[in-house]
Design a protein around this ligand. Sequence first.
Ligand SMILES: [Zn+2]
Length: 367
Amino acid sequence: MAERLAVFFDPCIFEHDTGQGFFEARESPYLPVIESHPENAARVRNMLAVLQQGPIAEALDWHAGAAAQRQDLERFHVAAYIDELASNPADETRWYSGTTVFGPGSYDICRNAAGQALAAASHVFDGKSKLAYALLRPPGHHAQPEMADGYCFFNNIGVAIESLRARGLKSAAVIDWDVHHGNGTQEGYYNDPDILTISLHMNHGAWGETHPQTGAVDEVGDGRGLGKNLNLPMPYGAGDSAYARVFDEIVAPMVRAHRPEILFIANGQDANQFDPNGRQLLSMQGFYELGKRARALADECCAGRLVLVQEGGYAISYAAYCLHAILEGVLGREPGLPDPLAYMQEDTGGLDEFIKQMQRRYAASLG
Ligand SMILES: [Zn+2]
């Protein structure tokens, strides 16, 4: 039987209004053209469209999960923080950490987003499908138990994992390939021996009070969770081959050793080569390879149970194409969409080899 992927989505997520400004900040007095906030509805409208109309459309089964309830949220987040978000007046927009915008209606939309992740995870946990993906916004991986951060309010994956644990799940692994450090998930599981958290990200460090974690390699978990948090701060400019090697040589062995019952992917596409918020160079092909690897790892370690949850990805056109490529890899299909923006034919990834070649080429001049 052909492979199927269950997709969880509710159009209310388009109503989360992050406004406009100078990139992600307020308007600039010097510039006449106002940009959309990077975390905007348009990016996800394109993701939805490419899934509905692209080659994988025939392999997708669409569902809408119910909004997460208060008790679902409280399994990951503290009550006072949920109260604060819930109390936002209907006509007020709040800004957290300068760039994380919470507007009228955002509380229910964020509950709905968490609900899509929760429903996708339950679908797989209950054996209704092996593969599920939650298409949602706002993203979740920066949201910590006690605070919002980096456009995120509820940690969608954390809420989903906790709902499964309440129903008997013993262990899980999260691979976060969003270009930013998955600090919220790290914070939630830092002392937890059963939830392995792995984050591949550009080496951006902490970014203020809402993001005290640095994403450095020495943040390895604490107490009983020691060794169960793995940070992989990738060099700026890392591309397809770098991500594939790190996945094969570090990520996969760690997940194998943990033996999770279910594998979660914090599925951002902002490591793509055109992303305004990232400085990495993944192409559609690179994302396809990551999708394929995630699927193979899930097949090997946890009976194929794989749940992908949307995170960042801010290049309005290219992130959608990269998402399609990831899910083709997950489904074990051949790439069916040509890369509309590829201008790097091949990522050799080998600076050492390049230097050697140049040394040979210019041997006479180099002396
Ligand atoms: Zn990101």
